[in-house]
Design a protein around this ligand. Sequence first.
Ligand code: SF4
Length: 688
Amino acid sequence: MTIRTTCAYCGVGCGILATPTGARSVRIEGDPDHPANRGRLCSKGTHLGETVGLDGRLLHPMIGQKRASWDKALDLVARRFRDTIARHGPGSVAFYVSGQLLTEDYYVANKLMKGFIGSANIDTNSRLCMSSAVAGHSRAFGEDVVPASYDDIDAADLIVLVGSNTAWCHPIVYQRIRARCEAGAKLVVIDPRRTETAAEADLHLALRPGSDVALMNGLLAWCRDAGVLDAAFLADHVSAPEDFWARVAEGGDLWSVAQSCDVTVADLRRFYDLFAATPRTVTLFSQGINQSLTGTDQVNAIVNVHLATGRIGKPGAQPFSITGQPNAMGGREVGGLASTLAAHMDFSDENRARVQRFWAAPTMAAKPGLKAVDLFRELGNGRIKALWVMATNPAVSMPDAGAVRDALANCPFVVVSDVMAETDTGGFAHVRLPAAAWGEKDGTVTNSDRTISRQRAIFVPPGEARPDWWIVKEVARRMGWKTAFAYDRPADIWREHVRLSTYQNDGARLFSLAGRGGGGNAEYDAMAPFRWGGQPFADGRFPTPDGRARLVSVFQKPLPAPLRDWPLTLNTGRYRDHWHSMTRTGLAPKLARHRAEPLVEVHPDDAARLGLADGGLARVRTPQGDSLYRVCTSDAQRSGELFVPIHWTDHTSSGGRTGLLPRPLADPISGQPGFKSTPAAIAAVAVR
Ligand code: SF4
């Protein structure tokens, strides 16, 4: 029997047809009926069938190095969390969860922490991926709503990609972009690196890292001078600070902007002219924007241009944040971030009271909790005394991962629920809980364009593995909240999530799943992919108190000069065929062929100056740590900058431990770490 499910990897959210061919084998094909991919799959999705074996799986609960029963492990987790809260208060415990969780898992974990433990110290690795987009949307629209859909790509005449190597990181979206370009649309890529995506663009602006606000403010001024602002839309649907336009002008003329961004005046003018002349423009942005110390401002700089030109809420005219993880968006919908409540609500008193009433919660969190970087800093300071990590690997993926490891080592009680027995973070756990993997659990995920799809089980979970929602609700029940967590199946959680999205929602909030939860388990089982929200903002109304969108004044911050001891700038990112810390893609041998080892990409001039040989080894150092890479010289890099991949860990290589290198600094509004610009140095390593 063929099962319709959704890919395990990225935020494109491709539909998959999975046909079991044995006890632990499956044939994978793209689902021709899924709106995200229409039958296509990229290399990662195509090879999912190679990753469903049991090698390395955690099959039983473990207390320390000893196998334990579920009862014993769950009792211990509940008791230690209860005791810690009793002695030190609810702010002394934390959950760190993941965009790999299904929406139902996410919902239950948030409910437990925010409504019952009474703290908002639950953050997610999606903080590292798209929280600047969340903050930017909220500032501009009043709610974290992605207005675009993939269909907008098919209707665009100009596609602008900012800080996104879409060809590698969102390959099926990129195929859609290419198809549109073959039909005549133009493609502009704004990225310091000449990535595979940039190499195929009509125009590539290899701007100076971090100069995106200058570029977009310059574009806004250009559009105004060219007379392409949408005066009627601005008058009827947008508000702005009084001095907004005067401040935009402070960015200077074309020459000054080109100098700030380190691009030629001719290229800049070409981009600005193309944008001004093309009403149907979609601007997609991703980690190059979000993972910046000014990420929220960069998001708003993009959104400002779309609002001012009226290019929003219309087919083929949208700003479009594309998410990294398979369920980053689902997490946003249930309040997966420490700074949000469920159903797109913020922490206003009214919203807190509304959610507390709905949950009949005893101790609702009074304020936003610790965002990821702060959470691990407080873990290191000893203020967090019990931590539960679900489906993620912060000992590898957090910035300054060395300090995160020290913090984990010193935390009195660490729980890790994961599918794999040996992970870098699991090595610090007092209790490890075996989670069901992709292909073994049921639930829903939301992709970048608000399409909610079912993930369905193909296999029975092996050993004693259990779904994450089950593990969390069993701990909650043991902490004393039996009725509120009386879920028997994911459909029970889904229906509650649907009800909360409509509970006392008078339509002011766009996020609503009205009409999606009434049909019982059979409806849930048969659920076809659907996009919530229709065409947001098509009527020019925004979910702000006055119904108007906001232009947000944002200014280019001065870019730091190179430091004497750290003269280079380190950028981090993904490879095409690997995912996160390779716990899944590492199981598929064919995926290792594309990049078998971690490379540091260096401009040839820098390599010559620093005595680095192409193919030789080099150590990259930052104030936080150092790691070994093989050198790849490439003029796709700007001089003065290095690029390294994020995927390798203690379990996969003796080098390439990229998490040790970035600074634990974050955008002050979104809390998203600035992975793209760490001061660094590099030196050749002699091989004896
Ligand atoms: Fe999976 Fe993303 Fe590839 Fe689609 S584009 S098959 S969701 S990894």
